[in-house]
Design a protein around this ligand. Sequence first.
Ligand code: FE
Length: 348
Amino acid sequence: MIRIYSLFFSLFLVTSCTNENKENNLEKQNEREYLTLYTHRHYDSDKLIFKRFEETTGIIINVVKASADELIQKMETEGNQSPADLLLTVDAGRLVRAKNKNLLQSANSDILNSTIPMHLKDSSNYWFGLTKRARVIVYNKETVTSSDLADYEDLVNEKWKNKILIRSSNNIYNQSLMASIIANKGIDSAKVWAEGIVNNFARSPKGNDRDQVKAILAKEGDLAIINTYYLGKLINSKDSNEVAAGNAVGIFFPNQENRGTHINVSGIGIAKNSKNKLNAIKFIEYLISEEVQEIFANANYEYPVNKYAKSSKLLESWGEFKEDKLSLTKLGELNKKAVILFDEVKWP
Ligand code: FE
């Protein structure tokens, strides 16, 4: 009898222990912390960076990929049911748009405030620049020398008639460049500038930034306005025609004697409805750490925003340049005016 009792007792102990283990495991699973990141980036280096973050913090990054405009649209549609914790996108114009659509929330962090220069983040901390790109002039090395060039404003000169290649005006990079000219020169001067550029078009705008450089190689024009990282992509491309196009041009940073070259950022903001704000801040702080900045920026031939991080050999070979310190928030604010102006001057 005693034996039977003790058997029952042991059985009871075993079952209750297993149940306890199950509960513990379940609790641990529920304890697992997640961050859902909406991003347009699709680089292997990003995966590596996220994995390292997961290993050091135990916080899992759920990545949702789509184009930047689709992600903003998705967040809008999802409203307060949105699972997004973070939105990672390019161009301050888009980040300002997300903020204005009430899709982001402000985040306060001493690390973010002290590391990211003022002009590269939202003044109320709704978004933060992570990597920088400059919108530069590239020129045919056979027909143009750098001494022929100076400012964006000089591109309206008669000598560049039928020589300028640039993509269409529905592109955010051009809208932001135009917004920077409106901010710096006023709307009337900006309009005169835009008319002058249209007058000097080598062809009606088509293709992306890379296509403009290929058109220089094909002798369709002598100058193109492009973002710096596209030159890095061309030079390092697997496609020999792209490499040839990249090597056919020289790079010129305009407006060095005055306000500096127009720049923009790839940046991140915390989603309005994120329930994991502290971890989201931790993630952004991680992305701007020296070590991660070097990987993050170099993967796309961009400049780090953390001044202690090194940029790649290629970017270093282009030399230092003075950047326009205009607050990037302005680019978003002036976006509508830029779009209207493009329309008025019939820049397709
Ligand atoms: Fe781009």
